[in-house]
Every structure is written in structure tokens, then in C-alpha cells.
Write a protein that binds this ligand. Structure first.
Ligand code: THU
Length: 135
């Protein structure tokens, strides 16, 4: 995996963030097992809870295209107009991503292509709620 390239794509996706209410722009690039990359940005709404985070925008696009297995997600987030900083996905996004994680999904939390924190989803959400709990 070319981590720098994935981060650059998250930074590019971030330029399309629709965030007039928070002024917090987020971009995500999700690498599937197929090699395809799915981009997402946050899409806010005047009815604030209708907002969708960048990670879930990318995830839902990927799954709707038939991709269900993922290698990594790069995240670029921060105040609009400023450089990104290292930010963890929110709890809802961790939960949404965990549905498709087999314990090895890598998160690249990026301040830039050469300045990022590498961590697994399982490290951030070690006691996730999953399908096993529904049995
Ligand atoms: N946001 C994301 O896109 N991803 C996250 O993981 C955290 C928060 C967005 C939602 C909202 O548009 C803005 O950042 C401020 O919360």
C-alpha cells in the first residue's frame, strides 16, 4: 500500500467538504481489497443531525459499489482553510467501519502526506458491538 498516495487522496477529497456550519473540513480515502479507492467528505445540513461524516460517505459509496473488504482509510481533517491535523474518526464512524473490519483495517490519521499517525481500527475500538452480540 502506498500510504502517502492514499493520504494525498484524502486531502483532495477534503477540498470538497460541505461544512458551512462547523467550518471543519474532512476528507477520507478508503482503500478496498480490489485496489480501488473510494473518496468521501463531510456533508453538513441545516438540520445538523442530518450531517454525514467523510468516513461514512466514503464507506457507503464503497459498499454501494460492491466493495466489502478494506485495507486502510486515510483521514484528513481540520479547520477549513487550514492544514489538516491528526484527528480520530468519531465513534459513529468507527462503529460503521467496524462492520467491515476483520481486525486488520489500518487508519492513517494525517496532518500531511509525510506526517501521520498509523493505528488500527481495532486499537481505537477494541470492544466493538458486532453481529456476534445479536446471536
Ligand atoms: N466529522 C467527520 O466528517 N468525521 C469525523 O470523524 C468527525 C467529524 C465532521 C462532521 C461535521 O461536519 C464536522 O466534522 C464537525 O463535527
Amino acid at each position: 500500500m502506498d500510504e502517502r498516495a492514499l493520504i494525498k487522496q484524502a486531502i483532495e477529497a477534503r477540498t470538497r467538504a460541505y461544512c458551512p456550519y462547523s467550518g471543519f473540513a474532512v476528507g477520507a480515502a478508503l482503500l478496498g481489497e480490489s485496489g480501488r479507492v473510494y473518496l468521501g467528505c463531510n456533508v453538513e445540513n441545516a438540520s445538523y443531525p442530518a450531517t454525514n461524516c467523510a468516513e461514512r460517505t466514503a464507506l457507503f459509496h464503497a459498499v454501494s459499489q460492491g466493495e466489502r473488504q478494506f485495507i486502510a482509510l486515510a483521514l484528513a481533517a481540520g479547520k477549513q482553510g487550514e492544514a489538516p491535523s491528526v484527528v480520530s474518526p468519531c465513534g459513529i464512524c468507527l462503529q460503521a467501519l467496524s462492520e467491515f473490519d476483520r481486525g486488520n483495517m489500518v487508519l492513517l490519521l494525517a496532518a500531511g502526506p509525510d506526517d501521520y499517525h498509523r493505528i488500527t481500527l481495532a486499537q481505537l475500538l477494541p470492544h466493538r458491538f458486532g453481529s456476534a452480540q445479536l446471536k
